[in-house]
Design a protein around this ligand. Structure first.
Ligand code: PEP
Ligand code: MN
Length: 269
């Protein structure tokens, strides 16, 4: 396609989350379990991540799973739990709109509508997100080039919604030492091409909890405006992605370190 994309326009207006512009006060933290499992689980974890400095709670009510036999999420009941989390903690809610069918229900509850990696090229969903009036967190497809990623974001922006966060969550490579490969150079390349905020999800790249904290620091070192992290207080009982969920106490440390790395990066410029 000829010509500059809307997402490449310099100086797009900053995205406001809870009245704060993303990037104005250091990296943002979006944290919580992979999936909403019960009200108790969600509230317990939400209180911990809020105390550690998260601005938003993440948790899927509708889950895109590889196997049809795996837990698919609580659906509408999960959304009702997310409303309770917001009321009880004041955290913003980030949750995935899996398809056009559930989009409106998700949109009503979400402060940030997540579009997952598997759906990055789902153009009707992207068009719907363009009309939704809420910030969108768009995850990079695990085999998408940056051009494809930016064009996916363009669907949302061209549809009338400039509040798009780009999320690098790891891509598929030949390696078997991690679930995916976190493409930190994509963060650098995206930041050079667009003023949309870039968020890094180290959890789905790592696939195991020991890698999540160092990868988060690395994300801050390359200038990510935030991290999206899976946190669970009972990861062995998690119904989804327990191996990559960090404990709430590790999340406290992660927030501290990421802020420190970000300050060092800014001081060194
Ligand atoms: C998730 O965030 O839980 C998720 C399913 O991520 P992705 O779409 O990146 O696989
Ligand atoms: Mn997950």
């Amino acid at each position: 396609m000829a010509g500059r994309l809307l997402v490449e326009e310099p100086g797009l207006a900053p995205i406001l989350l809870g009245g704060r512009a993303i990037g104005s006060e250091g990296p943002i933290f979006i944290a919580g379990p992979c999936a909403i499992e019960s009200e108790e689980q969600a509230i317990r974890i939400a209180r911990r991540v809020k105390a550690a400095g998260a601005i938003a709670f993440r948790g899927g009510a509708f889950k895109p799973r590889t196997s049809p036999y795996s837990f698919q999420g609580l659906g509408e009941r999960g959304l009702a739990i997310l409303e309770v989390v917001r009321r009880e903690t004041g955290l913003l809610i980030c949750t995935e709109a899996l398809d056009v069918d559930c989009f409106d229900a998700v949109r009503r509850v979400a402060d940030i509508v997540q579009i997952g990696s598997r759906n990055m090229s789902h153009s009707s969903l992207l068009k719907r997100a363009g009309r939704c009036g809420k910030p969108v967190l768009l995850k990079r497809g695990f085999a998408a080039t940056l051009d494809e990623f930016l064009h996916a974001a363009e669907y949302v922006v061209a549809g009338g919604n400039r509040d798009v966060m780009l999320c690098e969550r790891g891509i598929r490579t030949f390696c078997s030492h991690s679930r995916n490969t976190l493409d930190l150079q994509a963060v650098l390349a995206l930041r050079a091409r667009t003023s949309l905020p870039v968020i890094v999800d180290p959890s789905h790249a790592a696939g195991r909890r020991s890698d999540v904290l160092p990868l988060s620091c690395a994300a801050a070192a390359v200038g990510a405006e935030g991290v999206l992290v899976e946190v669970h207080d009972r990861p062995d009982e998690a119904l989804c992605d327990g191996d990559q969920a960090i404990l709430p106490e590790t999340f406290v440390e992660l927030v501290d370190r990421v802020r420190l790395v970000s300050k060092l990066r800014c001081a060194g410029r």
